[in-house]
Design a protein around this ligand. Structure first.
Ligand code: HAX
Length: 450
């Protein structure tokens, strides 16, 4: 069954489930929202339903119900490689079915057929100043392709609502197909004197990307990128970037507009940018002591960072309350392939040290490492030393998740998103009215019982 047929089967099942939930349980209360939550970034308030992935606070991300390790072991791989094909991962996330190798290769072929990047995209990237931000280039390149949106064009031609998702899927396949070359172009322009490398369509998605950034002679890097893409493909639909992409898409803005917006969220230091901040911080720690630090030295440096009012990048999480299994997967990879790498060893000393110190602050809710604590170490080991490119690599992978969420939002007919904003005065009034009515109730109770 092709991906579109596979989704079609699921769409009717999901539409029915959503319609039943709305009809029979539309007034079921899931959660009350506190004043504290409103002032704390609507932390923990359920605002989304999406079945592509779910962050279990105690265990980490689940893709379509499967843990990271299960996903790695169950998805199809090319002979001689250890990590799954990105095409199979996309089929799985989008289609809700574990694909065969044949199905995974079908998506890989679909991507190859759609991978031609229009020339104007390169011109958009070229128009940035030399010191331009790589994430801004990436986002602008994606944004510029909105003019190619099949969804937007069909929408003008009276596309029926129940078919929105099909055109959104078309755009998603085009966008994800073009993304590796866009990211490679940014890398080569900024760090390799604009020496561009043509795609090699005999290679799979990850290996072709590796080839286009000049790592074609290192099959281990290509395999690491398969792992990297898998680990970063999605992390629930309520984090800053995925939710931004979803929110913009809810106005029926096309996939390019939505995903460009998502990338802008990913570029923030508290979100995706943390992976480069984390690596920069590790390098500073290493340089400060002139080599791999001892535990005592690391403790000293962590305290120094905290005393300067800064966070320890790569540690903590808004939802997770455990070691991020994505960190663990990267740690295992590094331990197997380059246990003696000095930055890996430094990251491991931080891992042995930081959690206790963060816990002792009494305010950090999750003292454990997230995936960003190891990303840079992996990339740096293979010669991708330019840390301000790391978030682009994250975005390349996360494009898979963004697009899956947007397609499924259209498939189940999610409407435009519009929560409610209050004023401080209206909030104070609501609180004092509540206090008054409670004290009125208490007085009445006292009178009747008296
Ligand atoms: N170092 C120092 N202090 C930290 C901390 C860390 N790694 N993590 C949390 N804290 C502090 C917070 O700044 C907050 O302090 P204040 O009350 O003084 O503001 C307090 O502990 C409570 O925060 P929290 O509830 O535990 O964490 P939040 O949900 O508010 O924030 C963050 C989650 C990920 C933003 C936070 O842990 C952080 O800044 N970590 C470092 C940056 C990082 O690694 N970001 C990447 C996260 C993963 C991701 O999205 N990747 O894309």
């Amino acid at each position: 069954m092709s991906l579109i047929d596979r989704i079609e089967v699921n769409v009717s099942i999901w539409r029915e489930r959503v319609a039943r939930l709305m009809k029979e349980h539309g007034d079921f209360v899931i959660a009350n929202v506190t004043v504290e939550q409103i002032f704390s970034g609507i932390r923990g308030v359920p605002i989304q339903v999406s079945d592509i992935s779910y962050v279990d606070p105690a265990k980490g991300i689940r893709y379509r119900g499967y843990s990271i390790n299960e996903t790695i072991s169950l998805l199809p791989k090319l002979p001689g490689t250890v990590y799954p094909l990105s095409g199979g991962l996309y089929y799985f996330l989008m289609g809700n079915e574990l694909p065969t190798l044949e199905k995974a290769l079908e998506i890989e072929d679909e991507w190859k057929a759609r991978s031609k990047v229009p020339d104007y995209v390169f011109r958009v990237i070229d128009s940035f100043p030399e010191n331009g931000s790589t994430m801004a280039m990436f986002s602008a390149a994606v944004l510029s392709m909105s003019s190619d949106s099949k969804f937007a064009k069909s929408y003008q031609e009276l596309l029926i609502k129940s078919d929105y998702w099909k055109m959104t899927l078309e755009d998603s396949l085009d966008l994800t197909a073009r993304t590796p070359q866009i990211c490679a172009y940014i890398y080569n322009k900024k760090y390799r004197n604009n020496q561009q490398i043509e795609p090699d369509l005999s290679l799979d998605y990850a290996a072709n990307f590796a080839h286009m950034i000049g790592k074609g002679d290192d099959p281990q890097y290509a395999d690491m990128m398969r792992l990297f893409i898998l680990l970063h493909a999605d992390h629930e639909n309520a984090n800053v970037s995925a939710h931004t992409a979803h929110l913009v898409g809810s106005a029926l803005s096309d996939v390019y507009l939505s995903c460009s917006a998502g990338l802008n969220g990913l570029a923030g230091p508290l979100h995706g940018l943390a992976n480069q901040e984390c690596f920069n911080w590790l390098v500073k720690l290493y340089d400060y002591f002139g080599g791999v630090p001892t535990k005592e030295q690391t403790e000293e440096y962590i305290h120094k960072t905290l005393d300067e009012g800064k966070v320890i990048p790569g540690y903590g999480h808004a939802v997770l309350r455990c070691i991020d299994p994505r960190f663990e997967a990267e740690r295992v990879f590094a331990q197997k392939h380059f246990p003696d790498d000095e930055y890996f060893r430094t990251a491991m000393v931080v891992f042995e040290t930081a959690p206790d110190i963060l816990k002792a602050t009494g305010k950090v809710k999750n003292q454990w490492p997230n995936v960003d604590a190891m990303n840079g170490v992996l990339q740096h080991h293979y010669g991708i030393t330019e840390s301000d490119y790391y978030t682009v690599l994250f975005g390349l992978s996360r494009m898979l998740g963004f697009t899956c969420h947007v397609v499924w939002a259209r498939a189940v007919g999610k409407p435009i998103e519009r929560p409610k904003a209050l004023t401080t005065r209206s909030l104070e009034a609501m609180i004092s009215e509540d206090i008054e009515s409670i004290s009125e109730l208490k007085t009445k109770k006292a009178e009747t019982s008296g």
